[in-house]
Write a protein that binds this ligand. Structure first.
Ligand code: TXA
Ligand code: MG
Length: 325
């Protein structure tokens, strides 16, 4: 572990003093602040360039603390927390009085999760309270999965970066709204729909990416600088060659079904056959293609099963209309 006990103490002290600390989680790096400090929470929005109406996730040290942060916890929420925490599952519940409206974008609900990362858990334990943390990137861009990504993107805007190595899951948590009659997935992520259904014993509603469902889920989220174009897997190599011939600097996410196919492009990444490996590396691939100066990325969607649902969701958003030119 690249983080010492004194780093944890320093980070906890900074949180108590109203500072911002970037922390590793199993999904992506977060930009953390004391959840009960409205001024510190507001600073998160400034640093990210994120509209204040976009709600944040409150990270807590264990399911035993859930009732400190929310009200009216239904049995389904307890069941899911018991099965998946610590882990990449975020539950949306009724906001407890302890949570300032700054953290929820003015909503009467709050998103809560227990991250499965030793450094995050050590920080939460040393700090003792809740830590609001969005992904530690500028608004709309690709989430960071290493401490270097955070330093490169946020630099001095954050008071301290805890380095916990590369994130193991690589895509954000699955967000499940448990305030309604039946649980609904607001964002697919590290816990799969199939995992949820196995525990709940019934089908769970699948998200539609065609429109904005909740604040903070614009189609252009998770986008690299390069424009992303999605095509059928068997057309990736042809599409890449055509775009390259038209003068683009093309980056390719070559699907496993086309492995070893020669591709005429500026940069080619072989997509791993394992969805867990792909999820872990997806954001790193997008960053790398940007770094290599690609202006266009040609990719295809994996089958939307298991982690493929979250990967396809992020690729669709990366390919979606941009908020800025
Ligand atoms: O894996 C993750 O969830 C990472 C790590 C750092 O924990 N965090 C993360 O946070 O992805 P962020 O802020 O990038 O995305 C959180 C999303 C918001 O965009 C919003 O869509 C949803 O959570 N959200 C938060 N509070 C909500 C609420 N009360 N109702 C509905 N959606 C909510
Ligand atoms: Mg984010």
């Amino acid at each position: 572990m690249m983080t010492s006990t004194s780093d944890i103490e320093k980070a906890a002290g900074l949180l108590r003093a109203g500072g911002l600390v970037a922390l590793p989680t199993e999904t992506v790096y977060g930009l953390g602040a004391n959840a009960e400090d409205p001024a510190a929470v507001s600073r998160i929005f400034q640093v990210k360039g994120r509209p204040p109406s976009h709600p944040l996730i409150v990270h807590i040290g264990g399911a035993q603390h859930l009732d400190d942060w929310v009200q009216d916890v239904p049995a389904t929420a307890r069941l899911l927390a018991e099965h998946f925490w610590p882990g990449p599952l975020t539950l949306v519940l009724r906001r407890g009085r302890r949570v300032p409206l700054e953290a929820t974008g003015g909503l009467e609900t709050v998103a809560v999760r227990v991250p499965d990362h030793p450094v995050a858990l050590a920080l939460l334990s040393a700090f003792g309270g809740g830590v609001t943390a969005p992904s530690a990137n500028r608004f709309g861009s690709v989430s960071p999965t290493t401490a270097d990504h955070v330093r490169a993107e946020l630099g001095d805007a954050v008071d301290f970066v805890l380095d916990g190595g590369p994130c193991g899951v690589g895509v954000e948590s699955t967000i499940v709204d448990v305030t309604g009659e039946t649980p609904a997935i607001l964002r697919p992520g590290g816990v799969t729909r199939e995992d949820l259904e196995a525990v709940l014993g019934h089908p769970v509603e699948v998200p539609s990416t065609s429109h904005v469902r909740v604040p903070g889920q614009h189609p252009s989220h998770y986008a690299p600088s390069a424009r992303v174009v999605l095509v059928e897997p068997e057309k990736v190599a042809v599409e890449a060659r055509l775009a390259q011939e038209q003068g683009h600097r093309v980056g390719v996410l070559l699907p496993p079904s086309l492995a070893d196919t020669p591709v005429k492009a500026h940069a080619v990444v072989d997509v791993p056959a394992s969805l867990a490996d792909y999820a872990r590396e997806l954001y790193g691939f997008l960053r790398e293609l940007d770094r290599q100066g690609c202006d266009l990325i040609v990719a295809s969607l994996p089958a939307e099963e298991g982690l493929g649902l979250a990967i396809a969701n992020r690729l669709r958003r990366a390919a979606g209309p941009r908020l800025t030119a």
